[in-house]
Design a protein around this ligand. Structure first.
Ligand SMILES: Nc1nc2c(c(=O)[nH]1)N[C@H]1C(S)=C(S)[C@@H](COP(=O)(O)O)O[C@H]1N2
Ligand SMILES: [Mo]
Length: 388
């Protein structure tokens, strides 16, 4: 028996021509690609926006108006990401035979070829990473060690950068593909799906993915969206993202001796829940808008944060650090920037939809503010610290 030679192996590796599906080709790829590019663009912009809402950088003052803003941007971010999955799969399917193109013979062409392959490799890898990590985050399953938020953000820049390079390199092919008719394909296998069927299929799959999930944030589709991570139901008409038990807050939150501490400079005022309930109450309808894409409006009653910090003589335009009874996890504290503190709708809520807050919704008291990412709507608040 003789060992196979390089040429023998090479002969066994398929060539692009060996993949017959007539529905492939630039006319299909370019059309799916345009949809994918737009979807990625929307995901990128809404994602960067979410990052800014979360970190509130000094140079971009994001305020409490409009109250529904984060609900919309983050709902769009997650819905678009989900609808992108079928588009990406079909796009990859439509081009993967090109993976088997043989490298060119000339040295210089080889270098260009290698660079192009590397850039496509980075684009594909980062796109798959973004969709997969986003999906796992929605499912609240973290099989990794790194911070989801920071990694998802960093890789987004890699993805958008390599996407722009890819578009620039492929512009002539994209033009040609978009100019080519979808229907002028050469029929070799009449049983294979046509280009038009593939395009219709991917549109339907994307639309379906959207419909089955978007109800987690669009109320009238709630019943249709059987795949929404939070169906919009939950105690007191609102889903729960993390229970008091999961946050390790049960004991402290049910302690009858609870007193909220409000601190400014050297002054501290303590208020029991009864005393909080005795202060002037305000009622507002505001949404919880979770980074994971679900959102829901509810009616909240409680004391305005600015009324509370007035008790320690702090001006209404102060920033406040919120501390909770949670013992572990990332969201046990949050910052309320001055613009939010000033807004009379920013509440330390005691009631949800006309009932006393349940333990899982943040009893004895929680933060609710307009246009604020869900993760910052801190539950089980024990202390408000006015920043100097
Ligand atoms: N202390 C604390 N507050 C928290 C959280 C948390 O993990 N710990 N989760 C936040 C998240 S991610 C969301 S979306 C909202 C959800 O509020 P709900 O569970 O009452 O619907 O609470 C926020 N408040
Ligand atoms: Mo959340």
């Amino acid at each position: 028996m003789r060992l196979p030679r390089v040429e023998d192996i090479e002969r066994r590796i398929p060539r692009p021509e060996d993949f017959h599906a007539r529905s492939r080709g630039p006319a299909t790829t370019a059309r799916v690609g345009v949809a994918l590019g737009i979807a990625f663009g929307i995901c990128f912009l809404t994602g960067v926006w979410s990052h800014y809402q979360y970190t509130s950088p000094g140079w971009l003052p994001i305020g409490p108006n409009p109250a529904w803003l984060y609900r919309v941007t983050q709902g769009v971010h997650v819905a678009t990401g989900i609808a992108t999955i079928p588009l990406l799969l079909v796009k990859l399917w439509s081009v993967y035979p090109r993976f088997f193109l043989r490298p060119p013979r000339a040295r210089r062409d080889q270098l260009v070829d290698l660079l192009e392959r590397a850039s496509v490799g980075v684009l594909v890898a980062s796109a798959i990473f973004q969709l997969a990590s986003g999906l796992l985050n929605i499912a609240q399953w973290y099989p990794w060690e790194f911070s989801f938020r920071r990694t998802h953000e960093a890789v987004a820049w890699v993805a958008i950068g390599s996407l722009l390079v890819h578009i620039a390199v492929k512009l002539p092919v994209i033009r040609e593909g978009l100019g080519a008719s979808v229907d002028d394909e050469v029929v070799t296998d009449p049983d294979a799906p046509s280009r038009r069927a593939v395009l219709r299929g991917v549109t339907a799959a994307s639309g379906l993915a959207l419909l089955l999930t978007v109800g987690q944030t669009v109320p009238f589709l709630r019943k249709v969206s059987v795949f929404g991570v939070r169906d919009g139901e939950g105690p007191q008409g609102l889903p729960i993202n993390r229970t008091a038990r999961a946050a390790g807050a049960v004991e402290a939150a049910s302690d009858p001796g609870f007193a909220l501490e409000i601190v400014a400079g050297g002054r501290t005022v303590s208020l029991t829940r009864e005393e909080l309930a005795g202060l002037p109450q305000r009622t507002h309808r505001l949404p919880i808008a979770c980074v994971e894409g679900w959102s829901r409006s509810a009616v909240w009653t409680g004391v305005a944060i600015r009324d509370l910090i007035a008790l320690v003589d702090a001006p209404a335009g102060s920033a406040v650090t919120v501390r909770s009874m949670q013992t572990r996890g990332a969201f046990r504290t949050s910052e309320l920037p001055a613009d939010f503190v000033r807004d009379p709708r920013t509440l330390l809520a005691l009631e949800l939809n006309g009932e006393q807050l349940s333990l899982d919704h943040g009893y004895p008291c929680r933060i609710i503010a307009p246009n604020r990412p869900g993760v910052l709507q801190t539950k089980w608040v024990r202390r408000l610290e006015v920043k100097a």
